[in-house]
Design a protein around this ligand. Structure first.
Ligand SMILES: C[S@@+](CC[C@H](N)C(=O)[O-])C[C@H]1O[C@@H](n2cnc3c(N)ncnc32)[C@H](O)[C@@H]1O
Length: 209
């Protein structure tokens, strides 16, 4: 069982310098996807190797994971993948990230840490302020994908996003995955575990209007 990182710790108040899109990617004009809480990044490696018409950016609060993943990208010379270390909430609050957020086509939050105790809810990555920042910066049409195996967390995230006037739910059965950041429905590590253990998955897609 891993030790959870407290995102509210002052250690994460500072975010690292955010490179420009052309520093991060070989072709900065490709569609850009952000995965929040990407852990060691295996999901994004799988996506980036196959979907070369997308750029993938991961953000992870566990420094070692983010930095190892970044090193692996350099060694494997992948040009459409980059990893940032830091708290996604602070990243969104920083005006240096605005150019990234304005360029996003989609964001995924896959199996975020649930923080089960009520007094720890404020450690959850989805907060009204987080969603508010996104609604101010994202272009119309940008998609947010959420997925979790914890029903209570799903309800909390769904409520928080739906309370924001600028996000609307998309019916999954009308959604064309082939044009999305994940056309082949690649699974994250947690998702594979959840499927192997026959647990429920709760998911929803939102569009910025
Ligand atoms: C349960 S894991 C899921 C990992 C992966 N998305 C998956 O589906 O397998 C949640 C990840 O989010 C990271 N995380 C938690 N809070 C975060 C935050 N505020 N900013 C960035 N990453 C965060 C954790 O360190 C952890 O790696």
């Amino acid at each position: 069982m891993r030790q959870h990182v407290n995102p509210l710790s002052i250690n994460f108040n500072q975010i690292e310098r955010i490179p420009s899109l052309s520093e991060m990617f070989g072709d900065s004009k490709l569609n850009l996807h952000l995965d929040v809480g990407c852990a060691a990044g295996e999901f994004l490696f799988d996506l980036a190797l196959v979907n070369t018409s997308w750029n993938y950016l991961g953000i992870e609060i566990r420094e070692k994971l983010a930095k190892n993943a970044r090193q692996k990208v350099i060694e494997s010379e992948i040009k459409n993948l980059y990893f940032l270390f830091g708290n996604a909430n602070n990243f969104l609050n920083d005006f240096h990230s605005e150019f990234i957020i304005k360029n996003l086509k989609s964001i995924s939050l896959n199996f975020p840490d649930p923080w089960f105790k009520k007094r720890h809810y404020k450690r959850r990555v989805i907060q009204p302020e987080f969603i508010n920042n996104l609604s101010n910066l994202l272009q119309k049409g940008t998609l947010i994908f959420i997925k979790t195996d914890v029903k209570d967390l799903f309800d909390y995230m769904d409520r928080t996003i739906s309370e924001n006037f600028y996000f609307k739910t998309i019916d999954k059965k009308d959604f064309n995955y082939s044009e999305s950041f994940n056309p082949n429905k690649v699974k994250t590590n947690r998702e594979k575990y959840v499927i192997d253990n026959q647990l429920d998955i709760f998911e929803r897609i939102y569009i910025k209007i």
